[in-house]
Design a protein around this ligand. Sequence first.
Ligand SMILES: Cc1cc2nc3c(=O)[nH]c(=O)nc-3n(C[C@H](O)[C@H](O)[C@H](O)COP(=O)(O)OP(=O)(O)OC[C@H]3O[C@@H](n4cnc5c(N)ncnc54)[C@H](O)[C@@H]3O)c2cc1C
Ligand code: FES
Length: 335
Amino acid sequence: MTNTISVIETDISFPCETGQTVLDAAEAAGWAIPYSCRKGVCDSCIGDLIAGEITVPQQGVALGPASGIRLCRARPIANVQIKPRRINARTPPVRKRLVTTVYRRRRVAPSVTVLDLRFPIGRRTPFHAGQFLNVVLDDGDTRSYSFANSPQHNDLAQLHVRHKPQGVFSARILQQLEFHDTVQIEAPFGEFGVDEADTPIVLMATGTGFAPMRSIILDHIARRLTRPIHLYWGGRTLDDLYLADSVGRLARCYPWLTFTPVLSRPDATWTGKAGWVQNAVLADYPDLDDAEVYACGSPQMTQCALDTLTRERDLDPTRFRADAFVSAVPEHSPT
Ligand SMILES: Cc1cc2nc3c(=O)[nH]c(=O)nc-3n(C[C@H](O)[C@H](O)[C@H](O)COP(=O)(O)OP(=O)(O)OC[C@H]3O[C@@H](n4cnc5c(N)ncnc54)[C@H](O)[C@@H]3O)c2cc1C
Ligand code: FES
């Protein structure tokens, strides 16, 4: 059965097949709604159900009007009218499911592994800097990881994986992967990425939130762009900034790139910035009038950065983009 989804205050409407989510139906019809995890964890996709009926797995039926609906989980069971936070026309994404092979696995910090995957010969997978892929586990569940390589190298994927205590992928599967083992992925996903403009860019990362920032910087280099980029990379100790030396080298080569490492628990020898990344940005930028800000990493940092910079620096929220690295499973949920 096909239901129709219409968007209030617009003339946008599109079909939705039985079992399809609002987000999937919108994408298939060429409409982009904000999202990140696609699993009901991050709230990026929240919108209102103005009228009609939907089901949400494990939650049951909701009848409009209802607010705070996660459109990545909502499956219409009648014609519905919705109000997403944003909706833009977009070419439907071309996603591929691929069986990749492990090329290299390196532990670059006590709790971070860099995993290099190669795609099958001839299976290039175009993506843009800032997007992510899903690792598909044997039971069909997925784990999201940002591409850390440049989009010009789209026959491979470099992942920066933080080890989560008892994490199914990071603590179990990843640790046993050997050269030439296979990993199933689906790609590309994600809305995170830099718009084409000339204004300065402020990138804020914590931990492995550096991965998409690396892709953005490498893309900039490959395209010979000179738009100013200032990367703030925060961690507790220097160990958390697992590739700080290589970013420092890039910053010395490219005058448009500034790198500021920020430690929240530095030792006595640290002479750089201390504290939270968002406070370091506040201290350096008395105004952010013409800047665009991109934040990636812990949900606490991305939320706090949005609150702080919009409040203290009048940053227009439409010029702030973020991907929060939420867990596939809410960490406070009962087991
Ligand atoms: C768009 C996006 C991009 C991302 N990119 C990256 C990236 O580049 N690098 C990166 O390191 N991370 C990234 N993440 C985060 C990463 O996808 C999650 O941390 C993921 O859950 C890790 O998978 P895992 O199998 O290792 O751990 P999981 O098995 O998902 O476990 C995560 C945590 O939840 C706990 N847990 C597991 N099951 C339960 C349960 N039933 N009840 C309570 N607690 C439980 C575990 O102990 C663990 O601490 C990204 C997330 C998103 C949404
Ligand atoms: S994309 Fe829907 S909750 Fe994360």
